[in-house]
Ligand binder design. Structure first.
Ligand SMILES: N[C@@H](CCC(=O)N[C@@H](CS)C(=O)NCC(=O)O)C(=O)O
Length: 302
């Protein structure tokens, strides 16, 4: 694993940033162009996504592509396990990069003339015409694909305030909350983060007792951003990140809601439970030194 300074890759430095009190913090994305603005016209066929199946942030981009029917946006899937080169690709097969033929995500970043400095994260949205990155921030990618292209509107004007409110709570306490629990290096921050995960899931479960989706009757960006965490919950976060007060499949409303989203056209094709296990249980000195992958749980998503 590594980082980049002025377009040059350096091996080293953990992906995680642990604060002196044992809390864990995520670094910020820095490539923030926008399709439909400036040099990036709204032509789906000129864009490409670099992702990893197991990355929940990349999953947001895959879900948006699927739900908006943007098959013209092509995709390269990295191997589920990172090494000292970070996210890597095979020469051929399902984890290869058919677009640029790179062997690591850092080569995508250095192929952009911008001389990137920062972490080498997925997803990356790439402009094939200019040979440049559009964005490496999944929240922006979801928004811009929604706004630039036809298909269901995931951010309808009438629900924007409510979507933003859910997004903030869900990002802090659930999407990133499971990571703050799993990457904490002391008891207290772990417990705090893990409790927050379940406080929010309980709140959402109660809400879903009365509503089909987070913002009423229609599926919106707020549901889209919650789903990647739900899909990984029982097979990965419950055990690997010690978020184990309850399982997703224990919830009266949240679990049927999760299965309903899974059954939406195109969604199941964005999900790879086998790869989530391989990714989250890969050998890690702190969390899983032997790299043994548990056999269960078996969860029936219907
Ligand atoms: N803010 C980014 C975060 C993406 C992110 O953290 N991706 C992880 C994988 S799940 C990654 O690529 N980490 C590599 C690293 O930090 O070196 C987004 O939402 O797009």
């Amino acid at each position: 694993m590594g980082y980049m300074v002025d377009g040059v890759y350096h091996i080293g430095e953990d992906v995680t940033k642990t604060l002196p009190n044992g809390e864990w913090e995520r670094s910020r994305s820095t490539v923030r162009h926008w399709i439909g603005k400036g040099d990036f016209p709204a032509e789906a066929g000129r864009y490409h996504l670099f992702v990893a199946w197991n990355c929940p942030w990349a999953h947001r981009a895959l879900l948006t592509r699927a739900i908006k029917g943007l098959d013209e946006i092509t995709v390269s899937y990295a191997r589920p396990n990172r090494d000292d080169q970070g996210w890597v690709f095979d020469k051929e097969g399902e984890f290869s990069d058919p677009l640029l033929g790179v062997r690591a995500v850092h080569e995508v970043y250095s192929a952009d003339p911008m001389q990137y400095t920062g972490r080498l994260t997925v997803p990356v949205l790439w402009d094939k015409v200019q040979g440049r990155m559009v964005s490496n921030e999944s929240a922006d990618i979801v928004r811009m694909l929604n706004a630039a292209f036809d298909g269901p509107d995931l951010y309808p004007a009438a629900h924007q305030a409510q979507i933003d409110e859910w997004n903030t709570l869900i990002y802090e306490t659930v999407n990133n909350g499971v990571y703050r629990a799993g990457f904490a290096s002391a008891q207290e921050p772990y417990e705090k983060a893990a409790h927050q995960v379940f406080e929010t899931l309980d709140k959402i479960d109660a809400h879903l007792g009365k509503h089909a989706f987070l913002c009423g009757d229609t599926f919106t960006e707020a549901d889209l951003r919650l789903f990647p965490t739900l899909a990984r919950f029982d097979v990965a976060y419950h055990y690997a990140f010690r978020c184990n007060l309850r399982m997703l499949s224990d919830y009266a409303h949240l679990w049927p809601y999760s299965k309903r989203i899974y059954a939406m056209p195109g969604v199941a094709e964005t999900v790879r439970f086998d790869i989530y296990k391989r990714g989250y249980f890969s050998a890690s000195e702190k969390r899983n030194p032997l790299g043994i992958i548990p056999i269960g749980p078996t969860v029936d998503w219907g």
